[in-house]
Design a protein around this ligand. Sequence first.
Ligand code: AMP
Ligand code: MN
Ligand code: MN
Length: 309
Amino acid sequence: MQRAAELLRSATKAVVIGHIRPDADAIGSIGGMIIGLEKLGIPCQGLIGQTTPIPDNMLSIPRAETISCTETLPEADLVVIVDCGSIDRTGALAQQVAAHPNTLVLDHHASNTGFGNHNVVAKVESTTSLIAELFEEMGIELDVELAHALYAGLVTDTGSFRWGTSRMHLLAAKLMDTGLNVRIIGEELMDNTTVRDTRRIGAVLANLRTYTVGDIKVGVLVANHGVISTCSDAAVESLVDAVRALDGVELGVVLKENDPDIWSVSLRSTSMNVANIAVKLGGGGHIPAAGYTARGDRDRVLKELLANL
Ligand code: AMP
Ligand code: MN
Ligand code: MN
């Protein structure tokens, strides 16, 4: 942490990169880093290594609108990578990040092996929690904007404070005391949806299938490309909550066909280590929540997953 603080303090131009297909922890970590470095007078550009724009619901996070979705790494003397368990999560920027001599990884994924020149990987609820701790050590003061960005990662990565340690509540209290409107933040990030999306998501839920492998029961939801290209990202991401804790089901799966025959697979379990399964299939994540990318038609992707349990 001390070394990380020194690196940040001595930067003259920084970039901060979050993972592709960003969630609120990735965007909140970028927003938080930008605001923190602003306070130190250090210019910092936020980046996501993809050309697809950031989901609409995440534009409510401070500085999200300044993040550039790009395949080119701008010149900088420090590259901070946040909420990425492995370098491929920086997407199109991966090779340029690997070639940079001064990279700092701030992350909380169980599968992170430390791919930066400097790595702070902690077992905490969100990457924004780690950033909050780092900023506190550095004497960077919280204000309502910084707190908003950090809270966005905390509230989403803890499933709205349903998992994590008491530390998450202590941090939430500190953040709220800056004057955050947590009700509006939660609505903007997680709840706002449309009648059309709700009906489409309902159709996906109605097609829930279960499979049995040995003594493991698996619940699977499939959002094909038609669903993905007509529903908001937030609506699609909400699907995973429906398979997280199905009675009698050990493993919940959502297959999301982001491009024809290219699938993001989300795994959730309260009894199995899904990070291991995801790593085996080329992805990563946390013990109860992980993911990977798969190719082929739906049946092939499902068969490959079931064969690897
Ligand atoms: P998701 O199912 O997309 O909400 O992701 C659950 C967890 O797994 C998050 O911590 C992600 O960072 C991680 N994860 C998801 N997809 C991948 C992937 N393709 N490669 C590595 N980690 C992933
Ligand atoms: Mn994330
Ligand atoms: Mn995270």
